[in-house]
Design a protein around this ligand. Structure first.
Ligand code: GLA
Length: 396
């Protein structure tokens, strides 16, 4: 009797400690914007187990893992069918998800997966509708560390049940669907980053944290063209106050290295995403990456802007026609400052230090050139290439 009571006290305390550990871990989930790789932008529906292993290998051999790129995320089209008990199985492109997770973990990386609150994913594969708890358990059993949850066909359910997918009732259904998966993930006891993908509907930045989102897409899909990347990136003005440790605005994955933009345009992409404290999920074929692409992805000084421990998103501070200046507060009173030229020809852009609250004695560093530069009489003028950027760190 005494023994069994002691045992149950010990077990109870053990469970309490375990659940506190999980809570502490999940509050540290995505303490800085998640970094890694996602299969969609390059491989789309063709992605296989071998591609994911090759991406994991390349993250390590290229040095990207050591620069912070930790998550290896499988996007849509891994899903197979459910068995008689409703358990989801991968399709033939992914013979053994647990073995794949073990492989990825053995490299010091984490594995991400993808699903939808609807019956079908965007590419028409099996979604989690009606199987949320079961799927969360399956993911945890495989060793999954990150879930991208994509609205897709749930829009159809919202429309069917409320008559209008944009109604308040539909919005309530959508929130409930995300909250349901959030609870299901929590119940597994495994820390799993929850990435919401619903294209920014209903100002998701205002309620994403409420339903457990560690990040949420703020826009529709990116493409590998300057016009689309710029449209998405520069449209983030005004959203900075909604991001912070554990909950980030997500202007979509990187296209760097996919071939559709010029080097200066990819440099703009990286710089803007860093100032936005955006998740940095490379979307190229890492196994066939040029030195130039690797250099763009792994500039430590630029990554440090994105990952700064203050966790503040930057915002637009000045614009005149195609010239824009964006600034991101960094720890230690410094700021990252991007001078962006959206025009089709080079332009000289001038930064007035006092406009950012700095004295004329402030120290400037060009983060792409890895070189200190000097302001004159409290201002810094520099020629910025077409569609390009000069990214500075300014210290008091
Ligand atoms: C949506 C998402 C994309 C990708 C595809 C997969 O379009 O926004 O990022 O996940 O679905 O089908």
């Amino acid at each position: 009797m005494f023994k069994s009571r002691t045992l149950s006290l010990v077990c109870g305390a053990g469970l309490l400690v375990a659940s506190l550990v999980v809570q502490a871990q999940s509050s540290q989930l995505a303490a800085t914007p998640p970094m890694g790789w996602n299969s969609w932008n390059h491989f789309a529906e063709r992605v296989t187990d071998a591609d994911v292993r090759a991406a994991a290998d390349a993250l390590v051999s290229s040095g990207m893992r050591d620069a912070g790129y930790i998550y290896v995320n499988i996007d849509d089209t891994w899903e197979g069918t459910r068995d008689a008990s409703g358990v989801i199985h991968p399709n033939s492109k992914f013979p053994d998800m647990k073995a794949l997770a073990d492989y990825v973990h053995s490299k010091g990386l984490k594995l991400g997966i993808y699903s939808s609150p609807g019956p079908k994913t965007c590419a028409g594969y099996e979604g989690s509708y009606g199987h949320e708890e079961q799927d969360a358990k399956t993911y945890a059993a495989w060793g999954i560390d990150y879930l991208k949850y994509d609205l897709c066909s749930f829009i159809g359910i919202m429309k069917e049940k409320t008559g209008d997918e944009h109604s308040q009732q539909a919005f309530a259904m959508q929130k409930a669907a995300y909250e349901k998966m959030h609870q299901a993930l929590l119940a597994t006891g495994r820390p799993i980053v929850f990435s919401m993908c619903q294209y920014g509907w209903n100002d998701v930045w205002k309620w994403g944290p409420e339903v457990g989102g560690n990040l949420w897409r703020t826009t529709g899909d990116i493409t590998d063209r300057y016009s689309r990347m710029a449209e998405i990136g520069f449209s983030q003005a005004g959203l900075s106050r909604y991001a912070g440790p554990g909950h980030w605005n997500d202007p979509d994955m990187l296209e760097v290295g996919n071939g559709g933009m010029k080097t200066e345009e990819y440099r703009t992409h990286m710089s803007l995403w860093a100032i936005l404290a955006a998740p940095l999920l490379a979307g190229n074929d890492l196994s066939k990456m040029s030195k130039e692409t690797l250099d763009l992805l792994t500039n430590r000084e630029v990554i440090a802007v994105d990952q700064d421990r203050l966790g503040k998103q930057g915002d637009r501070v000045w614009a005149e026609g195609p010239e824009e200046i964006w600034a991101k507060p960094l720890s230690g009173g410094a700021k990252a400052v991007g001078l962006f030229n959206r025009a089709d020809s080079p332009r000289t852009i001038t930064l007035q230090l006092k406009d950012l609250g700095f004295a004329s004695s402030a120290k400037l560093r060009d983060l792409w050139k890895h070189e200190d530069v000097e302001a004159k009489n409290g201002s810094y003028s520099v020629q910025v290439p077409a569609h390009g950027v000069v990214l500075l760190k300014v210290r008091p």
